[in-house]
Design a protein around this ligand. Structure first.
Ligand SMILES: *[C@@H]1O[C@H](CO)[C@@H](O)[C@H](O)[C@H]1NC(C)=O
Ligand SMILES: *[C@@H]1O[C@H](CO)[C@@H](O)[C@H](O)[C@H]1NC(C)=O
Ligand SMILES: *[C@@H]1O[C@H](CO)[C@@H](O)[C@H](O)[C@H]1NC(C)=O
Ligand SMILES: *[C@@H]1O[C@H](CO)[C@@H](O)[C@H](O)[C@H]1NC(C)=O
Ligand SMILES: *[C@@H]1O[C@H](CO)[C@@H](O)[C@H](O)[C@H]1NC(C)=O
Ligand SMILES: *[C@@H]1O[C@H](CO)[C@@H](O)[C@H](O)[C@H]1NC(C)=O
Length: 504
């Protein structure tokens, strides 16, 4: 009867994961269409203490001066510094990106802006600016492939019921053909000029960031008339946001002031559409989870009385998860029946920034970036189906993508900009080796290894050590030795205890 109690335990964990999504619901509403887009940065009060703007940029940066070209309008939300910008301790503006691709910076600033400001602020005080990259969130036009939400939902429900991608030829073929159909749908719905999907490369987003930096600078320095002055980016990017930062540093090395990249996506792998390295440390994180569970004794519902070691716990859970493929478990929740058919994501859940607010087309936006960046190497995408199941499904979606942005950039990634690169010792989605590889691409850079497990150092645990390093780097540019180890304030525990100060 051990499988019955394991079933109950898994349902408990799933329930906990779902309830965490409440986070974004605390955010009050703001009517973005009440802001008229402009080419200068014009802020409006929003969300109780934030400032919002809609910045107009050329849709096609390869033809920015063509009078008949279309526009994209970037949604921006900014948490002001705690001092006025005229104060000597004002440290400037820090742009942030939450990853994805598809994550909305406006949401990241609302959810994490004050927390990040608390890490950065010391002798200097910073303004935190979140923007939604092209096609995403509050930025228009939206990367949408469906003309109505019901159709999107029907497709998702239908495809959610297909056999798993790794379950044999039938599953693979169904997912493959669904991906071909999705590519065709997006192609049909996004014809002609003004089509955002043809302009969603990460290189275009990097150019948008430069535009934001220049508009921020001219709004602050207007009338000072110094034409030799070149505004510089200060940036904090997480996960896919590291790829965006890497791209910016490579394209505009003389425009980087400070850049912190946390949890590094391998640029070569990302731009070729094969995420080979992503999962290199995933099993180590899973092992840590099982060890924590074993150490917790009876408080961990997955641990059974007779288990002698973490490996025993893991073996049973692995077996149970495999059995879900042929023996799914029903979970009644929110007036619906959900079927648990695999354990994918059970132990590798990413940061809550991956659950954006109010954005039904978010997954289309993700694929707009992902497929667009790797457009040149469609053949490689097909080969990537041999990798782990979830990633295989994601990458397969690009298989018949019909847009190849003109300015997609695939490297070489390099500069002599000294970056501060952060990684947890074990990260399920972006292994530490990626951080070291990035440090070799940008001369003078240094990696700090936080001794914790999970995705994104700053979202996994508070760390006085990491925070001190970040603060020092922002204020003086000073980097610690490459490979510096940084203790975390908290270790994971079961039952879950939140780390004091994290996201307050
Ligand atoms: C948002 O603002 C626009 C423009 O001012 C207005 O037309 C629209 O009715 C507003 N929407 C809501 C929901 O208040
Ligand atoms: C401007 O854009 C239009 C529409 O994309 C194109 O037909 C035209 O050739 C472009 N003009 C120049 C000068 O590039
Ligand atoms: C113009 O800006 C540059 C770079 O920030 C600075 O070195 C220079 O002193 C400034 N010149 C004047 C006249 O303000
Ligand atoms: C992806 O990462 C693997 C493992 O490091 C490497 O062998 C491969 O060359 C990378 N592929 C690309 C296209 O960068
Ligand atoms: C940082 O250290 C790692 C591991 O020793 C090494 O592989 C990497 O090349 C180093 N990076 C730099 C910029 O020295
Ligand atoms: C981190 O710093 C805070 C504030 O200075 C202090 O209260 C706390 O004890 C420190 N925590 C650790 C683990 O060093």
């Amino acid at each position: 009867m051990r499988s019955v109690s394991l079933r109950r335990a898994v349902l408990l964990l799933v329930g906990a994961a779902f309830s965490k999504r409440g986070l974004a619901e605390d955010i009050p509403d703001f009517n973005w269409t009440s802001i008229t887009p402009s080419r200068d940065l014009k802020y409006h009060e929003c969300y109780n203490g934030y400032r919002c703007a809609r910045l107009q940029v050329p849709l096609d940066w390869t033809e920015p001066d063509n009078a008949s070209s279309s526009w994209a309008v970037i949604g921006i939300a900014t948490l002001p510094a705690v001092v006025p910008s005229t104060d000597p301790s004002f440290g400037g503006t820090v742009l942030i990106n939450p990853g994805g691709p598809g994550g909305a910076g406006t949401e990241m600033v609302l959810l994490f802006g004050k927390y990040l400001q608390g890490i950065l602020d010391g002798e200097k005080h910073y303004e935190i600016l979140g923007f939604d990259p092209r096609g995403i969130g509050r930025t228009t036009p939206s990367a949408s492939c469906y003309t109505d939400d019901l159709n999107r939902l029907v497709d998702a429900v239908q495809q959610g019921g297909m056999p798993l991608i790794g379950s044999g030829d039938v599953g693979l073929n169904l997912h493959y053909q669904a991906a071909v159909g999705f590519g065709q749908l997006c192609g049909q719905q996004n014809l002609g000029r003004g089509n955002i999907l043809a302009h969603m490369s990460t290189a275009s987003v990097a150019r948008d960031m430069l535009e934001i930096v220049e508009r921020v600078d001219s709004s602050r320095n207007s009338g000072r008339g110094n034409s030799t002055h070149k505004a510089q980016l200060q940036y904090f990017g997480v996960s896919y946001g590291t790829y965006l930062g890497n791209t910016f540093a490579t394209m505009f090395p003389d425009r980087v002031g400070r850049m912190v990249l946390d949890s590094v996506a391998d640029a070569g792998n990302f731009s070729s559409g094969s995420w080979r390295k992503n999962l290199d440390d995933t099993e180590a994180v899973a092992d840590y989870f099982y060890q924590t569970c074993f150490d917790a004794g009876a408080s961990c519902p997955l641990r059974q009385g007779q288990d002698q070691s973490a490996a025993n716990v893991r073996k049973l859970v692995d077996k149970f998860i495999r059995s879900l493929e042929t023996n799914p478990v029903p979970a009644v929740q929110g007036g619906r029946v959900r079927l648990l058919t695999s354990g994918g994501g059970l132990c590798t859940r990413l940061a809550p920034t991956h659950v954006p607010l109010d954005c039904p087309w978010c997954s289309e936006a993700t694929f707009g970036v992902l497929c667009g960046d790797s457009a040149a190497t469609a053949a490689q995408r097909v080969r990537s189906v041999s990798w782990a199941r979830e990633e295989a499904r994601i990458l397969l979606t690009c298989v018949d993508w019909q847009f190849a942005p003109k300015d997609a950039f695939s490297g070489p990634f390099e500069s002599s900009v000294p970056l501060l690169i952060l990684s947890n010792r074990y990260d399920p989605a972006t292994p530490l080796a990626n951080a070291y590889a990035l440090s070799r691409q940008h001369r003078g850079s240094a990696v700090v290894v936080q001794e914790s497990y999970g995705h994104a150092t700053v979202l996994t645990s508070t760390s006085n050590c990491t925070a001190g390093i970040i603060r020092e780097y922002f204020s003086s540019g000073k980097l610690p030795a490459n490979g510096t180890s940084s203790a975390a304030n908290c270790a994971a525990s079961i039952p879950f205890k939140s780390c004091p100060g994290l996201l307050e």
